[in-house]
Design a protein around this ligand. Structure first.
Ligand code: GTQ
Length: 345
């Protein structure tokens, strides 16, 4: 591949004349924007230990009241993107959110899509578009683009959850904004009940629910049971995995980020191919070693890590005597829609 001319090879006055007209030469930067063979991601393999993070989040609970926080969140920032840029990867934002008993995070809605993966505690709820979604460990709750959401807590212990948003992408597109709202009126009806059986989809005679997001809460008990049943029925199956989908369309639960739950059999080693999207792994139950790009993260329960795209990833159950369960978030719906999705053997 040819060495291309550098900016310093050009007369300084010429470069300045160009800049005066808001012009720049392409060739000094061509290899940077179109690197050979594969991208050069800023996303660094990064791990966040729950044990290390939890006391710091609890401290935020003492230091900053909800009135001064609105959302009391510590952002899991990837140093490869700069800690102040709130990115786990190019398109994914991660945050750990704390709500103390009796607290309320007021209703708002915004253009980025969010999901919550509940990490600890009971008694909290998120009301999304009038549907009150109880929160307990491992539940996945969607707050898709544009829907009102607020968080409250009637229990007596702290509740902590992992927020996954497509904020970096939506912000990059200059489309990120929020609207403050009033406390929502809770409406009857729960998608987690109506859509509880995968092969049986509610079919009203007079049309669908009319909702773009008919199912907002995916209880962990159901996801876990689906994985256990799949593992038992398919002993030959390598990747025991389920995808969080919109039960009316069968498509991804949200438009930009994808969500899966994965069961690693006792002692299992699972080698994933290199794929273009970056991914995030969060241990719901058990423990997993994640090997990526020369790093080997030993994740315990509630630990989280991220991996860039275009590199193979190996997951290993750290337990020989029991399954481990991992929540996976990635950028695959976005990559597929944009036509840049790739898998490399
Ligand atoms: O709970 O609505 O981590 O609006 C970042 C932005 C959580 C939320 C975040 C948010 C929220």
């Amino acid at each position: 591949m040819n060495e291309l001319g550098r900016l310093e090879d050009l007369p300084a006055q010429y470069v300045e004349d160009l800049r005066q007209q808001n012009l720049v030469p392409l060739w000094p930067s061509l290899r940077a924007v179109l690197p050979p063979g594969k991208p050069r991601p800023n996303t660094k393999p990064t791990v966040w230990s729950y044990e290390a993070l939890r006391p710091l989040l609890m401290k935020a609970g003492e230091l900053t009241p909800m009135s001064k926080a609105e959302r009391r969140v510590l952002v899991l920032a990837n140093p490869g993107h700069g800690l102040d840029n709130m990115k786990a990867s190019a398109a994914m934002y991660l945050g750990m959110q704390l709500l103390l008993p009796g607290e309320w995070a007021p209703s708002h809605r915004h253009t980025p899509n969010a999901v919550r993966m509940v990490v600890e505690g009971t008694g909290a709820w998120t009301t999304v578009d009038g549907e009150k979604c109880p929160m307990s460990r491992g539940d996945l709750i969607l707050t898709p683009t544009g829907l009102w959401h607020e968080h409250g807590h009637d229990g007596d212990q702290p509740v902590i959850w992992l927020d996954v948003l497509d904020l970096p992408l939506v912000y990059y597109m200059e489309t990120s904004y929020a609207i403050e709202g009033q406390r929502q009126t809770v409406q009857p009806g729960r998608g987690d009940r109506a859509y509880a059986r995968g092969g049986l989809v509610p079919t009203p005679v007079f049309g669908r629910s009319g909702k773009a997001y008919p199912m907002l809460r995916y209880p962990w008990a159901d996801a876990r049971a689906a994985l256990e049943a799949l593992a038992a029925d398919r002993p030959d199956m390598d990747a025991v995995q389920v995808r969080y989908v919109n039960p009316e369309t069968g498509g991804d639960a949200q438009n930009i980020l994808g969500f899966h739950a994965l069961m690693l059999r006792p002692g299992q080693v699972l080698a994933l191919p290199a794929r273009s999207p970056a991914s995030v792994f969060h241990v719901i139950e058990g423990g997993a070693e994640v090997a990526v790009d020369g790093h080997a993260f030993a994740l315990a329960e509630a630990d989280t890590c991220c991996a860039p795209g275009y590199v193979p990833i190996t997951l290993k159950n750290r337990h020989a005597d029991r399954p481990s369960f991992v929540f996976v978030a990635d950028e695959s719906p976005l990559h597929r829609k944009l036509g840049v999705y790739e898998e490399r053997a």
